[in-house]
Write a protein that binds this ligand. Structure first.
Ligand code: ADP
Ligand code: MG
Ligand code: ZN
Length: 591
């Protein structure tokens, strides 16, 4: 019998695929339009109507749409059409507060079950759930509530018995999977939804998920044959660039102040740092330079965090300097820049963080400040997780690549296809290769990589004979001294890039040593070293020359990018061109 049920659901899954979900001849279609105008929205964006029709037809759906794409509407409209209430599970209280308030302001009954509200209030909400005459339409909860409160789950059961649980929404559904970039153990327990409320459709929402993550999510949540809609990852209005980060903190602060004053004056933005300490320090320095900044990280008291969030939303504070704690689900439309003061730990993280810029569709910038040394604090943090190192290496490769379109690199990571022309020179590599590098001397000269690696190995070998351990910094100093790289005009920056490239290609590797206080990483020859030495022609192509040219002409390059962007900003032509760019959205259905 079970097999039959399974077969049935697969059959219906198949017929679901054939159906045209974008139609407006469903029994509920006129009602859908009516509600849309109540939301003051004139038309659907890509995949919204398809998602609404799918959910209202009772299918489980995983919807992948960029941040700001309009995922909320895809559950709000179905919930308003169905009887009963919609349960929304979301990881962040502040985000749910915003959602609840905006629904209340439209006269829609929405409640948030947070740990802040009193027991009496909680109980009165619990009672509402199974009351057929209640007007409750949305109930927002954290995943912990589902996992930790038996009472709540039994109230849901009662509601379900009374046919009042109309729809279950799981926001940031990628948190379910360990392969995702925000794994939260509590999300795993959400499998109880399909086990206990099998007839209630589930809608999972996320902005970033690889096919592997979606598969995992599907397994864990026990969705037998969900539909999967994925809109193209491309955000045509974002300009992506990687800049070289100054060696000294002082110089980097000056570069930031300069950039912000000249390019982003009077506009809102976010600066991401990796540590709380960096956040605090950078905030102080920027404030001393009279920039409107506030600091946000997990160590800041909750009340203050909310205050920062809200004054930033209002525009009283322009720049939030934060760790990744700031972000999940931020809804501010006019964020003009997202700066990464240090490089993030994966491409998925990076892309999601950048996604917070330019949600109004106008041009916005994503500037990643890259300094090879920043790799090491990251790697010693994630070294025990294979996936962690793999992710870190992928973002490092992204930073080191001085010639491939950034969008092509990102698309490759998400297994999407994308061609360089579609970028519209909205990334540094496209712009530099087309407009800047050709004018720079030394641009096309041969690389000297072979020789450089040989010298590196010789150094590592003699160090190991001497039983001396070399950190990356020490290796760099020795290398430069012994081989007079200085005179060959190979900069510290380029040498460090070569070391990193060697690490991610397994030519050299890190050897970790643990002290009671920290983890020290030493560099030793890697698994691919001997093969490489025997056969130097197999040395992976290094784009050190490109890096070196970029390094030498850094000032000129950044100036030209800023100049070009200033022109973009003031050109109505480009704005209309951006709007015209076909959103590049595709509809895929997973079988
Ligand atoms: P996501 O959850 O995908 O990041 P939201 O659902 O928060 O995005 O929507 C982002 C913004 O876009 C919201 O302010 C919302 O009101 C707006 N929005 C959603 N759908 C439409 C639409 N069809 N037309 C215009 N604005 C929309
Ligand atoms: Mg959202
Ligand atoms: Zn590009």
């Amino acid at each position: 019998e079970l097999l039959n049920v399974l077969k049935d659901s697969q059959e219906s899954g198949k017929s679901a695929m054939k159906q045209d979900w974008s139609g407006e001849d469903f029994p509920w279609s006129s009602k859908v339009r009516e509600i849309l105008t109540q939301f003051n929205i004139s038309d659907f964006r890509t995949l919204q109507l398809e998602s609404i029709n799918t959910v209202l037809s009772g299918f489980d759906l995983l919807l992948v749409m960029p941040t700001g794409g309009g995922k909320s509407l895809c559950y709000q409209i179905p919930a308003l059409i169905k009887t009963g209430f919609c349960l929304v599970v979301s990881p962040l209280i502040s985000l749910m507060e915003d959602q609840t308030l905006s629904l209340l302001s439209l006269g829609i009954n929405a409640k948030l079950l947070s740990s802040d509200i009193s027991r009496v209030e909680t109980n009165s909400i619990y009672k509402l759930l199974s009351n057929p005459s209640s007007t409750l339409k949305f109930l927002f909860v954290t995943p912990e509530r589902i996992c930790k409160s038996k009472k709540f789950v039994s109230c849901l059961e009662k509601a379900h018995e009374n046919s009042l649980l109309s729809l279950i929404v799981i926001d940031e559904v990628h948190c379910t999977s360990q392969w995702g970039h925000d794994f939260r153990p509590d999300y795993k327990k959400l499998c109880i939804f399909k086990l206990q409320f099998s007839s209630v459709p589930i809608l999972g929402l996320t902005a970033t998920a690889t096919a592997q993550v979606l598969h995992d999510v599907q397994d864990i949540l026990r969705l037998s044959s969900p539909l999967v809609y994925r809109s193209g990852f491309n955000r045509p209005n974002l300009f992506f660039e990687v800049r070289i980060k100054a060696e000294l903190f002082r110089d980097q602060v000056a570069a930031l102040v300069n950039l912000i004053n000249r390019e982003f004056s009077g506009t809102s933005g976010i600066i991401y740092c990796i540590s709380k300490k960096d956040c605090e320090y950078l905030t102080t320095q920027l404030a001393e330079n009279r920039l409107s900044v506030a600091c946000y990280h997990a160590g800041v008291p909750m009340a203050r965090r909310n205050e920062v969030h809200h004054s930033w939303l209002r525009g009283d504070v322009l720049i939030v300097v934060s760790t990744v704690a700031f972000g999940l689900g931020i809804d501010k439309k006019d964020v003009r820049f997202v700066i990464h003061h240090s490089f993030p730990k994966s491409i998925a993280n990076y892309y999601q963080e950048c996604g917070r810029a330019g949600r109004d569709g106008k041009p916005a910038r994503c500037v990643l400040f890259f300094r090879p040394q920043d790799y090491f604090p990251h790697s010693s943090m994630v070294m025990t997780e294979k996936i962690g190192i793999r992710n870190l290496n992928a973002i490092t490769r992204y930073c080191l690549d001085g010639s491939t379109c950034r969008r092509v690199l990102i698309a490759k990571h998400f297994n999407e296809s994308f061609s360089t022309e579609e970028c519209n020179t909205m990334c540094d590599n496209c712009l530099i290769l087309q407009d800047i590098l050709p004018d720079c001397p030394g641009h096309n000269t041969d690389t000297i990589v072979e020789h450089i690696y040989n010298s590196l190995f010789t150094l590592l070998e003699s160090a190991s004979v001497r039983k001396e351990r070399l950190t990356a910094a020490k290796l760099l100093t020795l290398w430069k001294k012994e081989y007079k790289l200085q005179s060959r005009e190979v900069s510290n920056f380029a040498c460090m890039c070569i070391i990193l490239q060697g690490l991610i290609d397994n030519i050299i590797r890190e050897d970790y040593h643990f002290t009671p206080y920290n983890t020290i990483s030493y560099i030793v020859a890697g698994p691919c070293a001997s093969r490489l030495l025997k056969n130097p022609s197999t040395i992976p192509e290094l784009r050190i020359n490109n890096m070196e040219v970029r390094n030498m002409h850094h000032y000129k390059i950044t100036q030209l990018i800023d100049f070009k962007f200033a022109k973009f900003n003031s050109s109505p032509l480009l704005n209309s061109k951006l709007n015209e760019t076909k959103d590049d959205l595709v509809l895929t259905v997973d079988s």
